[in-house]
Design a protein around this ligand. Sequence first.
Ligand SMILES: Cc1ncc(COP(=O)(O)O)c(C=O)c1O
Length: 296
Amino acid sequence: MAAIPFDQLDGEIWFNGEFVPWKDAKIHVLTHGLHYASAVFEGERAYGGRIFKLTEHNQRLHQSADILGFKIPYSVDELDSASKELLKRQGFSEAYVRPIAWRGSEQMGVSAQNSRINVAIAIWQWGSYFNPAEKLKGIRLDIAEYRRPDPRTAPSKSKAAGLYMICTISKHAAEAKGYADALMLDWRGQVAEATGANIFFVKDGVLHTPVPDCFLDGITRRTVIELAKRRGYEVVERVIMPEELSGFSECFLTGSAAEVTPVSEIGPYRFAPATITETLMNDYTKEVNPVAAAAE
Ligand SMILES: Cc1ncc(COP(=O)(O)O)c(C=O)c1O
């Protein structure tokens, strides 16, 4: 049986300051955000009834909108409160949280200076981002044809909807070949990230990860770097070229949706999830849900 479409789920959505029935949270086809990708969003997870790093996500939502030239008409505090209240009303303790802000339908055309800035938050239950059985063995990545753009050609520090166009194309191409996802290089040919997550490698007990100068410096990426340092692991942020991939023993992805996901293959390169990946997966699970970890 087909899964229930997202517009047919039950519950409520926070929409421009009000809680509205899920199925009524609709917009018009002549919405600037739909035609011109004037939209920014976040992806968060709640664990044990608490949204992990909620304020950091809402701060990034504001920054993303600033980069696209619009101001979100709700403060970070207001968005934090709305998200917490919505999580309670939805009745979930483990959930995915999706705030989005976009230019409305007041003006069509490339210029839309006076359009209303709309904001919505939806919360639903979303399990593992990757197939759970595959996730434990390590997922397989293809190498994408599209590259993360030069920051002079795209607002690469914004979590902007338009930047996901090449991610969806790349992920679909990878899935068509039987892969779970794709590694994207950047405009210079350097290793960048997956289509919705950052990437780490391990060599001789040291972690290596690309410098996030043209893609998101993920909140999970920063959390995992902190967890690794707490364990005494060395973390090197540097330029990584694809030819170097044969020299790494472990590889994993990080992201709010992906959490810490081991990788077993990238194109012709092979990795074996081992101690460091497992340790950081476990440490991340404890970090996001300290109450559950304390009860163990
Ligand atoms: C393209 C991309 N890179 C990296 C990340 C990881 O970011 P975060 O850890 O803040 O979720 C995400 C997920 O939001 C993403 O979509």
